[in-house]
Design a protein. Structure first.
Length: 215
């Protein structure tokens, strides 16, 4: 367990980690983050030496395990609609970022850019957990739009859809809520009062005759 990158037993140490990961089950995400923390401890032991290549390789492995752990935890949070995995991931990322930033002045100059990328990844993870925490609280369920290297991508909450009017029989009534158009008697002008003495179409104009039902 104490072997460092470049030591004879380091490959055995990494093989043991793969066995642990295979049996981790629901703790797989946190196990990956624990391995990333171990990589940071190894980097701290390496910075006093002259092998910058080992530092760079260990940084790459650390970032890979960090991203894989983030994907597992964010996906688990959305799948179970639980904010707990996001809280665990955010707390770990903040602690890991603080330790790496404190170690940064001792990092070889050739690895400075790689450390900056690692810090940027941790910052991105912190922002992702905050955004997903908001997405989980959407009334219509978690609002996500696809996936990227950190897992589910948060999206704006979906607007609730209003149900169409329903008749008493349980069917949707087309055009419900509209006012029916008024009908206009044939031969009259819309908006103009009808003259009772005017001739009615189809009725003979007989002097003295009244229009109405016959007795």
């Amino acid at each position: 367990e104490g072997a460092r990158p470049g030591d004879l037993l380091y490959d055995l140490k990494r093989g043991t980690e793969q066995t642990q990961l295979a049996v981790a089950g629901d703790a797989r995400g946190q196990t990956l983050l624990d391995f990333a923390s171990t990589r940071l401890d190894e980097i701290e032991e390496l910075v006093g030496g002259s092998d910058t290549a080992l530092v760079l390789e260990t940084l790459r492995t650390m970032d890979q395990q960090t991203a894989e752990g983030a994907v597992w935890l964010t996906d688990h949070a959305v799948g179970t609609v639980s904010a707990q995995p996001l809280g665990d991931l955010a707390a770990w990322a903040a602690g890991q970022s603080g330790e790496l930033a404190a170690l940064q002045p001792r990092i070889p100059e050739e690895a400075t850019a790689a450390v900056g990328q690692s810090l940027a990844l941790l910052t991105e993870i912190g922002a992702r957990t905050d955004a997903l925490d908001t997405a989980l609280a959407c009334p219509g369920g978690p609002a996500v739009a696809g996936n990227d290297r950190l897992g589910p991508v948060p999206a704006p909450c979906r607007a609730p859809q209003s149900a169409p009017p329903v008749t008493s029989g349980g069917t949707t009534q087309p055009g419900a809520g509209t006012v029916p158009e008024a009908t206009t008697p044939e031969g009259s002008v819309p908006g103009q009062a009808t003259d009772p003495s005017a001739p009615v179409p189809g009725v003979p104009n007989v002097p003295g005759a009244s229009v109405g039902p016959s007795t």
